[in-house]
Design a protein around this ligand. Structure first.
Ligand code: AKB
Length: 320
């Protein structure tokens, strides 16, 4: 891979993935892009940056030609909670954006496309205790619908055109660099910020809500490992389950209390409870482990210690 375009480089995963790929492939070889929000100083100063809307195919094509892009990582998406407020916008950005990415990659004969999926593909009918790789995919959110359709479309491009398209079903991602926006699993990030700032947190899902989660360093590793995997060895392409941790909100709060004994939590469940209840507790990621060697590193307490340390330092410096 010579030139990688990251679409959605200002978001939670996109911003950190940009820096990780710049570290691996060189700053000038990773073009960050977004629709309108300005990038962080780190992203803006370390390499090329472009503004365009992924639903505008011509704009995407122009940027790809300008930089001789041969790999697109499409991180632009409307997530589950915001998608329920505006389903048509979720469809437009998630599906039409994806089609543009795949079409431009096909027309320009690119080397690779990475299109993320999510645990949101699961829903009623999926075994919720540990979702298998192959199972019923009947999500109840528009975000989930676009992710199921996205996986199918991506696999179609692999079969029909021989395009190298890959993707993983991200669980809730927890990080301390860029805040997530508009997802159901956002509580697992917000809890750390509120713990540091106020010593307490009001959670929008119930304490026994248990979902699959992953710390950002593992998320970056999973993404890069899949991008670097030997395509000929992959049996799956755009729908890999990737597991790391599975914990309830109570487990999460208890983990924080180990390092901040005064921390308190209360619960005010809202519409996101139903979304969380439709997703599995954990996922079976045997296919990812067998086909490209996936192995996570962080457990809940390791993550909590790191999150509290980094967010605590930011707080002391007045950055949050
Ligand atoms: C969301 O909560 O919508 C996302 C996801 C699990 O894909 N974080």
């Amino acid at each position: 891979m010579k030139k990688i375009l990251i679409v959605g480089a200002v978001g939670q995963i996109g911003s950190e993935l940009t820096m990780e790929l710049r570290r691996i492939y060189g700053n000038d070889n990773v073009i960050a892009s977004t629709r309108k929000s300005p990038p962080s100083e780190t992203v803006a100063k370390s390499g090329p940056f472009e503004y365009f809307d992924v639903v505008n195919k011509q704009a995407l094509e122009t940027v790809c030609k300008k930089h001789n892009v041969d790999c697109i990582v499409n991180m632009a998406a409307i997530l589950s909670a915001v998608g329920e407020q505006n389903p048509m916008m979720a469809w437009d950005i998630n599906m039409n954006g994806l089609f543009n990415v795949l079409e431009v990659a096909r027309e320009m004969k690119m080397e690779q496309v990475l299109v993320p999926s999510s645990i949101a593909v699961f829903g009623p009918g999926t075994p919720l205790d540990c979702a298998p790789q192959e199972t019923v995919l009947k999500p109840s959110t528009m975000y989930g619908v676009t992710k199921v359709a996205g996986e199918l479309v991506a696999d179609y491009y692999v079969k029909k055109y021989g395009l190298d398209v890959r993707g993983l079903r991200y669980p809730g991602i927890i990080s301390n660099e860029t805040l997530p926006g508009g997802g159901t699993t956002d509580y697992a990030v917000a809890i750390y910020y509120d713990a540091v700032k106020y010593g307490k947190y009001t959670c929008f899902v119930k304490e026994d809500t248990r979902l699959p989660m992953m710390y950002m360093p593992d998320c970056l590793k999973a993404t890069v490992d899949l991008m670097q995997a030997d395509f000929s060895k992959l049996k799956h392409h755009s729908d890999f389950n990737v597991g790391a941790m599975s914990f309830s909100v109570k487990d999460l709060a208890d983990s924080i209390k180990k390092y901040m004994p005064g921390f308190t939590i209360d619960y005010k469940p809202d519409f996101r409870q139903a979304i969380a209840d439709s997703w599995p507790d954990a996922v079976d990621d045997k296919a990812a482990r067998e086909e490209w060697g996936w192995k996570p590193s962080f457990d809940l307490d390791m993550m909590t210690q790191d999150m509290l340390k980094v967010i605590g330092e930011k707080h002391k410096k007045g950055l949050i």
